[in-house]
Design a protein around this ligand. Structure first.
Ligand code: KG4
Ligand code: ZN
Length: 337
């Protein structure tokens, strides 16, 4: 049996997981900095990297302890090297490289977005071909998957990501950061049909655009001074607009590609209305939502992505790799074969 460690520090979660070669998650320890950053209304990179540095050794030790493994037993170290916040990625990557040097383990750089796709494989057997929607604070991407190592990007957002739309909307409504979870919570008490917030329709394209939506929420709040009386209804309608746009593009994608499964991943995949709406509208397909702990950033998805690539020789162990911040859509090439 071989043991794989996944290290994730691309944003505000410090996470270390250990998986065995049968893909069992032996541990997945995540320290979330949400409570630290909520005072600032968003993630502050300098504060995030400082906290990764302070927490990473503790998280790593805890992960080894729960998995009942010693560091010497770890054969493969998989670490997120981008996209993400540079100063944050550097903490995870420096830790991983140091461990690999001392321990003489193999080390592999892992793309964070590929990690989110891989999160769908932790608890499920996937039937191919499939579509995967990665929907997080920074990305809203649709991928077509021929198999676990053959996939490519089919669409993304032209402006804000869906998670960003949740967070910005929550800010306008005076809810805390991160907003997605707050909007999800109060939406359950509201009427989703209260107001029709418009989301851009981009014709035949599978791309998304959410920047107009928060503007329409702002105009609505400016025009209706007494809006707080209908807070839950407004949040619910706003959430519905985001969910409708996501599901609409997935339905469009199913018309372009013949698929068996539809996978959802990333923090917004925790959203209860998105889960409900997927069941209502996509019942012809196998629908996969990872558990919430694997939707938001976590080390297990990074180790899982490592396993997928390593077993098919798609990546070589090397200490010589950089960190990178964001990929502009036109430069993305995630076709892996
Ligand atoms: O995947 P993730 O943890 O980090 C990134 O890679 O961005 O996603 C974070 C995003 C935030 O925008 C947060 O508001 C959103 O996921 N989120 C949610 C929910 N839980 C987290 N959005 C809607 N409903 C939720 N329940
Ligand atoms: Zn993420």
């Amino acid at each position: 049996m071989k043991y794989f460690m996944g290290i994730e520090t691309s944003c505000d979660e410090t996470s270390v997981a250990i998986l065995d070669s049968d893909k069992n998650v032996l541990s997945n320890v995540t320290f979330s900095q949400i409570d630290i950053h909520k005072n600032f209304g968003g993630v502050v990179p300098e504060i995030a990297s400082k906290n990764h540095l302070e927490k990473i050794v503790h998280v790593l030790n805890e992960s080894l302890k729960i998995a009942n493994r010693k560091i010497q037993e770890i054969d493969m170290i998989c670490v997120t090297n981008g996209p993400g916040l540079l100063s944050c990625l550097m903490i995870g990557v420096s830790t991983a490289k140091t461990l690999a040097l001392i321990n003489k383990s193999n080390i592999f750089p892992i793309n964070h977005l590929e990690g989110h796709i891989a999160s769908c494989f932790i608890e499920n057997e996937i039937k191919f071909p499939a579509i995967c929607l990665v929907v997080s604070g920074g990305h809203t991407n649709i991928y077509y998957l021929k198999d676990q190592n053959n996939f490519n990007l089919r669409s993304s957002t032209l402006d804000d990501a869906a998670g960003e739309a949740f967070d910005k909307g929550a800010k306008l409504l005076g809810l805390g950061y991160p907003g997605g979870i707050q909007i999800d919570r109060i939406s359950k008490l509201g009427n989703k049909d209260f107001h029709d917030f418009p989301v851009a329709e981009l014709g035949d394209s599978l791309d998304f655009s959410f920047s107009g939506l928060k503007t329409s929420l702002k105009y609505y709040l400016d025009k209706n001074a007494n809006w707080k009386a209908n807070m839950n209804d407004i949040a619910s309608s706003y959430q519905e607009a985001i969910v409708k746009s996501l599901i609409r593009n997935i339905i469009k994608a199913t018309k372009k590609f013949s698929v068996k499964s539809i996978l959802f991943s990333g923090g917004v995949a925790c959203n209860s209305r998105l889960r409900e709406s997927a069941k209502e509208n996509l019942s012809r397909y196998e629908i996969i939502f990872p558990s919430s702990k694997y939707c938001t950033d976590n080390g297990a998805m990074i180790a899982m992505r490592g396993i997928q690539k390593i077993i098919e020789n798609k990546v070589q162990s090397s200490l010589d790799f950089p960190v990178f911040s964001t990929l502009r859509r036109k430069k993305i090439n995630l076709i892996l074969d």
